[in-house]
Write a protein that binds this ligand. Structure first.
Ligand code: HEC
Length: 113
């Protein structure tokens, strides 16, 4: 996992810096920063995860996600494993407070049209 993460970091660095330059002021305070730091690595700054590496990993495009708040919360807390039990998205329940998860839910939904 660590090695894959390293590679993803390299792949996504470029995208993240591009995204930051654009900026979007509409998001909840803190949430956007958390997303950039912990999620954009896979989901990209705009949530669409359109890079080849993200597609290969099976990262979902958050702009077309229809998950309800509770389901987003669960996904962020528990992460997601594939059918073989490999971790696709890491669990974040030990990383974020309830408030931080709430602000992340706002950011996740802000990618929707
Ligand atoms: C290591 C890469 C990785 C990181 C980091 C990551 N995700 Fe994910 N995320 C994924 C993958 C892969 C999926 C698709 C999993 C599946 O098959 O349902 C996913 C799916 C999701 C979904 C579900 C979308 C849907 O409609 O099913 C949400 C919501 C989500 N991620 C939010 C986040 C948030 C918020 C963060 C940061 C706290 C984050 N992710 C960090 C890889 C990642």
């Amino acid at each position: 996992m660590a090695r894959m993460k390293k590679r993803l970091e390299q792949v996504f660095d470029f995208g993240i810096s591009l995204g930051l330059a654009g900026g979007s002021p509409a998001c909840a305070a803190g949430g956007e920063e958390l997303f950039t730091k912990h999620c954009a690595l896979c989901h990209s700054k705009d949530g669409k995860a359109q890079s080849p590496a993200a597609r290969k990993l099976g990262v979902k495009d958050l702009s077309i996600s229809k998950l309800a708040d509770g389901e987003i919360e669960k996904q962020v807390k528990e992460g997601k494993k594939d059918d073989k039990g490999h971790q696709k998205m890491p669990p974040f329940k030990d990383k974020f407070s309830a408030d931080e998860i709430k602000s992340l839910i706002v950011v996740v939904k802000s990618f929707r049209k």
